[in-house]
Design a binder for this molecule. Structure first.
Ligand SMILES: [Zn+2]
Length: 122
């Protein structure tokens, strides 16, 4: 067990959510970061989890999913987890289509442009 540092000088928030730690570009990103943080033992909440569906009615930027932590003493740990996440290469590598030369997202099996099967190597 890692030793807990009790934040004596910090008051607890009423709802237990004290600090925004991350603003995600999309919901998948938010869920990935939440899962990473929860896996690391950090208590998190997502705000705006369902606000993305309202895009168009809501000004851009105000509805991005946000990750908040509820334990301020976990902030440094959480930031380290997020920094590690952000430094990773994208999980979905780009695949180049050999016949036509178009780039495709890594999860594509067939080229969106010409329909040829994509090789698994770049
Ligand atoms: Zn192609």
């Amino acid at each position: 067990m890692r030793p807990f540092i009790i934040p004596l000088l910090l008051r607890a928030c009423d709802d237990g959510v004290v600090k925004r730690i991350y603003t995600a570009a999309n919901l998948a990103d938010a869920h990935l970061v939440r899962d990473l943080l929860q896996h690391a033992g950090i208590a998190v909440h997502i705000f705006n989890e369902y606000a993305m569906a309202a895009l168009g009615d809501v000004p851009m930027g105000s509805s991005y999913p946000q990750i908040w932590i509820s334990q301020l003493h976990q902030e440094q740990h959480a930031r380290a987890v997020i920094a590690d996440y952000e430094q990773r290469p994208a999980q979905t590598a780009i695949k180049n289509c050999l016949p036509c030369g178009e780039t495709n997202p890594g999860e594509f099996e067939l080229c969106w442009n010409c329909g040829e099967p994509l090789a698994n190597t770049t």
